[in-house]
Design a protein around this ligand. Structure first.
Ligand code: GLA
Length: 639
């Protein structure tokens, strides 16, 4: 090579790198990594007890310790309920001299280790730990908290002191507080609420009256466009970083409580271990349904390490008390199918046995805690009946048949719902009572009482015998980039007003954005997957300009899918290229595909590949009007 040519090549390379350095990062470029959260202790959804639904802020050390003791004595601890979590109400104030948090010793007497302003939760956590349990604490990402925002004159245990002393949230104190809670006080779990960045605007009544200092709201729960999504995420990321630094042993759980606002659906899985998908549950059937709905369409956003949280259990209260065992059972079965945290919110000192039996059903707990971490996928979703199917680590399916309505229902369960072969026997074990049902082929009829949930372990011959459909392994699929550019409220979630409002409120529902996110066995708008008239009952539906990470873990030989622009697309003019990467290297690419063209089959050898990435890239690189794309019959095969 002559000197001149070498120089020219060198210059070209310099120019190329300069170009790359200046360009915005290409979010669709494969990383070869799993980018959702894998730190913390949440390989399965957390289980335990939380003080809020049982006592609200009227909490005491004795009540918590008694509940912890009941968890151990009843055998629930041995079944996995191990986190004993304090919620709102524990704090007295933030010490003026140095900002150290002070515990309210009137209700947590063991915290009085020194003078009036010298407190420690260490004696309390020591006792919890001595019982073989783990301890959780509660804070807020803003300066003030939820009971300060929403409590009335009768709310007990509100923080005391000057305006500054009553600023008990993490805002401005993230590192200091996390170090105190996890380093000095030895907590193992933290739930971080978000009222402080939602309810203390300069025009709020309590701020105007001088009770609290103003903090410009970052969250508007009703208008996503008035929410500063990156700022909210950045604050929670600071907590995640602090937790990471303070817990070199990785023994912590980080629960994000932003109630489905701030587009947490898209990013919380990359920041925390658990993320609330909705406003607070109440002990009412319809509110439980709304919370269930807020999570049920988000299967692809839950994985070992990071789970959807439709809120804590309300078993024991209201529509879920001992006089409503059908409803209580449904609540429990549905939460288990969702791989939701199982956090009891009941005063266990007085729990009737039938409720303890529900909470202690080992077979249903095992569904929640299944190691594969696949949140159930809707196999049927019409009228009052929903059928949810969760692929278990051993290849069986957990199937829940749910009657939301007030009339009894006759339901046909098919092998097809289970992705099982219809010509070979399917066996069902009833997880409520352990009974085996007679084997069926093809389909079987079931009777459901109003509001009943039947839940079974199903074993059969898989219709895909030599691998797994990606929609059967949602716990291993991470929508790293799902193509949603403009977050929109999910219209399939019933319009509940906030539990703190009433009919004199505006009646505006909160905006649980998530509409258009990636879906298993449906389009992002929950329609049938369909390319050029061919329907796919199995596959992943997503928008273009998306990148899905799939944990193959070197266990498969081949990736296959039939890809194309979905017939339900909004943008019918886009050209979309589908590419498959293995550990960051391109394995195969489709031709540019348009609406109205038949699917193209993509296959790739993924032998030894740990992370498969599925990238659908549209012409503009960003969706103005969404292009809906389908990875039909997408599967990882063993041969
Ligand atoms: C918010 C949370 C609840 C509970 C209360 C405490 O409403 O969503 O789970 O922690 O605050 O005030």
């Amino acid at each position: 090579m002559g000197f001149g040519k070498g120089l020219a090549t060198g210059l070209a390379i310099v120019w190329l790198f300069a170009g790359v350095a200046n360009a915005a990062p290409d979010r669709l470029a494969p990383t070869g990594h799993w980018t959702a959260v894998a730190t913390g202790q949440a390989s399965t959804p957390p289980m335990g007890w939380n003080s809020w639904n049982a006592f609200h802020t009227d909490v005491t050390e004795q009540k918590v310790l008694d509940s912890a003791k009941a968890i151990v004595d009843s055998g629930l601890a041995a079944k996995g309920y191990r986190y004993i979590n304090l919620d709102d109400g524990w704090w007295l104030k933030r010490r003026a001299s140095d900002g150290r948090m002070i515990v309210r010793t009137a209700i947590f007497p063991s915290a009085a280790v020194g003078g009036a302003e010298e407190t420690s939760f260490r004696p309390f956590t020591d006792r919890i730990h001595a019982m073989g349990l783990k301890a959780g604490i509660y804070s807020d990402i803003g300066a003030n908290n939820c009971s300060q925002a929403f409590g009335g004159p009768d709310t007990p245990n509100l923080p005391e002191g000057t305006v500054a002393e009553r600023e008990v949230g993490l805002y401005g104190h993230i590192d200091q507080d996390i170090k105190l809670y996890f380093g000095d006080w030895a907590f193992d779990y933290i739930k971080v609420d978000a009222c402080g960045i939602r309810a203390f605007g300069a025009d709020s009544a309590k701020v105007k009256s001088g009770l609290y200092r103003a903090l410009d709201p970052l969250i508007d729960t009703k208008e996503i466009r008035r929410t500063d999504i990156p700022a909210v995420r950045a604050l929670y990321q600071q907590v995640a970083d602090a937790l990471h630094h303070t817990n070199p042993d990785n023994d912590y759980i980080f629960s994000i409580c932003a109630w489905g606002s701030a587009d947490v659906r898209a990013w919380a899985k990359d920041v925390g271990n658990v993320s609330r998908t909705s406003d607070d549950i109440t002990p009412s059937w319809t509110r439980m349904l709304a919370n269930f709905d807020s999570a049920v369409g988000r299967s692809l956003y839950a994985h070992p390490g990071s789970w959807n949280d439709p809120d804590m259990l309300f078993i024991g209260h209201g529509d879920f008390d001992e006089h409503h065992l059908t409803e209580a059972r449904s609540h429990f079965a549905l939460w288990s199918m969702l791989s939701a945290p199982l956090l009891i919110g009941y005063d266990l000192r007085q729990a009737p046995q039938p409720l303890m039996d529900i909470l202690g059903n080992s077979d249903i707990i095992a569904v929640d805690q299944d190691a594969a971490g696949n949140q159930a996928v809707l196999a049927y979703d019409t009228d009052d009946i929903q059928i949810l199917v969760k692929t278990l680590a051993n290849g069986h399916k957990a199937v829940a048949i749910f009657n939301r309505g007030l009339a009894p229902a006759e339901v046909t369960l098919t092998a097809h719902h289970l992705k099982f072969d219809g010509n070979t026997p399917v066996t069902l074990k009833d997880l409520w009572d352990g009974h085996a049902l007679p084997a069926f082929s093809g389909e079987t009829r079931m009777h459901l009482e109003p509001r009943q949930t039947l839940i079974f372990d199903a074993a059969g011959t898989r219709s895909l015998s030599d691998g797994l459909y990606l929609s059967e392994m949602t716990g291993r699929v991470n929508p790293a980039v799902d193509g949603v550019v403009t977050p929109q409220p999910d219209p399939t979630i019933h319009r509940m007003i906030t539990p703190w409002g009433g009919t004199t409120d505006t009646g505006e529902p909160p905006a649980y954005t998530g509409w258009g996110g990636a879906q298993a066995d449906a389009t992002p708008y929950r329609q049938m997957l369909r390319i050029y008239g061919t329907a796919y009952e199995t596959g992943l539906g997503v928008l273009s300009n998306s990148r899905l990470e799939v944990k193959a873990d070197g266990q498969f030989r081949r990736f296959v899918a039939e890809v194309g622009v979905d017939d339900s697309t909004f943008d019918a003019d886009d050209d979309v290229t589908f590419s498959v990467y293995g550990d960051g290297k391109l394995l195969t690419t489709s031709k540019a595909m348009r609406f109205g063209q038949p699917a193209q089959t993509l296959t790739a050898d993924v032998t030894g590949v740990r992370i498969v990435e599925l990238v659908a890239r549209g012409k503009a690189g960003k969706n103005k009007t969404p292009t809906v794309v389908t990875w039909g019959n997408a599967a990882l095969l063993n041969k």
